[in-house]
Design a protein around this ligand. Structure first.
Ligand code: AHR
Length: 498
């Protein structure tokens, strides 16, 4: 019997709802087909956005959406995507599949999508191949309401009022696809570009995000933090967030592996590689603490998730992959880790929302399926904006010779109305475990729970869309001290404890 101790008296940081953020890039069938089908499509839509997908996404309470990339962001010229659609420039999406990008989804369409989803906008500007003026004008076009050429242009294009843009990324992966820069060079460029991303509203300041490290590139973090924070007057906030990108593959980018066909070794290897994000967050945070001891600058994990070989027969540049219970566990354990580091991790954006990498939703023509990862996001949405509370779970090491992981993983939070949200995952492919939980100084009167469980490679298909879905969980007992339960192999359980 594993012991789980939860102490609601020990309240920690707020779990920003933005930790449940999403990412949508002009890549494969994420935007086109997945989210946007155009007003004339036979697929039901509102202003071109597919209704089925938008409704399903609303149910998981999307707090923020990042766009237009990714690598695409650093070759995107926003003025190509405004004005009458028939006049918009066509281009080749050189990063992703070499397909024609007709720019029919641009700034106005993205802001309309955010409106329909009821989420905040996170726009990623082009530092790699764009100019300071271009980035500055985009911010002006989006957010200014005074007399200016960009305001006039926006009005000519049918939008009178400025939009609210919460987050603005100053370049993406500028150590790689965004210009192959050194950290010194990028940090100085950040200072220059950021200066002209004006704050037009004192009460709604842009949250500016610098390109952060790839995985364990600690030198990048050290250098960018140093240069971007030095000689900045205390009352000026020029850097609000630093991004971190980490993808989970089976054995590195040279051997990404299959999404659905894997051995026990590969199952545990992926889970173990997913858990590595904890060490990355801890070590990058340690460096950030040197320059920002009060934790005012957020670590923004704006690309994370699993990355496998594409589904056989699909365009290799479209990054279309299936999604199994293994991915559900990478999602649940990563979200637990973000919760536990929510004093520094202020936003995270899983890659990507529809039809690309570890997606919430897959589409095929007019059909749509929800992935196991979607169900985790839905169950876990209870944690949004709650306060992390102290939890400790006794675990044992399991796995194969190839990779070891803890058998169980957990996080807990408390809502304003006193409800305790507890998430527990069982990473074992075959063993169920009994858990005895103790809730310090808490009288439990009412418990409800949901479970997502299946064998490790189980996934939903267009023929069998509900093979993996969350169901009510009743295998628990309320005790004097808390609750006891048995958690089946390969599962995620979400409790609401009152
Ligand atoms: O999410 C796919 C790609 O991964 C993004 O475009 C890029 O930023 C990262 O390398």
């Amino acid at each position: 019997m594993s012991k789980l101790v939860i102490n609601p008296l020990n309240r920690k940081s707020k779990i920003n709802r933005e930790i449940y953020g999403q990412f949508s890039e002009h890549l494969g069938r994420c935007i086109y087909e997945g989210l946007y089908v155009g007003e004339d499509s036979p697929i039901p839509n509102v202003n071109g956005m597919r209704t089925d997908v938008v409704e399903a996404l609303k149910a998981i309470k999307i707090p923020v959406l990042r766009w237009p990339g990714g690598c695409f962001a650093d070759e995107y010229h926003w003025k190509d995507g405004i004005g009458p659609k028939e006049n918009r420039k066509k281009m080749i999406n050189t990063h992703w599949g070499g397909v024609v990008e007709d720019n029919s989804f641009g700034t106005h369409e993205f802001m309309e999508l955010c409106r329909q989803l009821g989420c905040k906008a996170y726009i990623n500007g082009n530092l790699g191949s764009g100019s300071v003026q271009e980035m500055s004008e985009w911010v002006e076009y989006l957010t200014f309401d005074g007399l200016s050429p960009m305001t006039e242009l926006r009005k000519e294009n049918g939008r009178e009022e400025p939009w609210e843009v919460a987050y603005f990324g100053v370049g993406n992966e500028n150590w790689g696809c965004g210009g192959h820069m050194t950290p010194e060079h990028y940090a100085n460029e950040y200072r220059r570009y950021e200066t002209y991303c004006r704050n037009y509203h004192q009460d709604k300041q842009l949250y500016k995000i610098a390109c952060g490290p790839n995985e364990d590139d600690y030198n990048w973090t050290q250098t960018v933090m140093k240069i971007c924070t030095e000689n900045v007057p205390a009352n000026e906030k020029r850097l609000n967030g630093l991004s971190l990108h980490y993808y989970t593959t089976t054995n590195g980018f040279g051997d990404k592996g299959s999404a659905t066909e894997f051995t026990p070794d590969q199952y545990y290897t992926v889970l173990s590689r997913g858990l590595k994000i904890e060490e990355l967050i801890r070590r990058h945070s340690d460096i950030m603490n040197q320059y920002d001891p009060n934790k005012e600058i957020g670590l923004i994990v704006d690309e994370w998730g699993t990355w496998y070989d594409v589904e056989p027969g699909t365009n290799p540049g479209f990054l279309y992959q299936q999604n199994t219970m293994r991915d559900a566990l990478v999602a649940s354990t990563s979200l637990d880790i973000f919760h536990k580091h929510s004093d520094r991790v202020k936003m995270a954006n899983i890659a990507q929302m529809v039809n690309v990498l570890q997606a919430m939703i897959l589409t095929e023509g007019e059909k749509m399926i929800l992935t196991p990862t979607y169900h985790v996001f839905k169950m876990y949405s209870a944690h949004q904006d709650c306060t992390l509370i102290d939890s400790f779970l006794e675990t044992e090491e399991i796995g194969t010779d190839a990779a070891k992981v803890p058998n169980l993983h957990e996080s807990a939070s408390i809502a304003e109305d006193g409800t305790i949200n507890l998430s527990v995952s069982n990473l074992s492919a075959s063993e169920a475990y009994e858990v005895q939980s103790i809730l310090v100084e808490t009288k439990v009167s009412d418990v409800s729970a949901m479970i997502l469980t299946q064998e490790t490679a189980a996934h939903n298909t267009f023929e069998d869309p509900d093979h993996v879905c969350a169901k009510p969980f009743t295998d628990f007992k309320v005790t004097e001290k808390g609750i006891d339960f048995t958690i089946p192999a390969c599962s995620v359980v979400q409790f609401a404890i009152r």
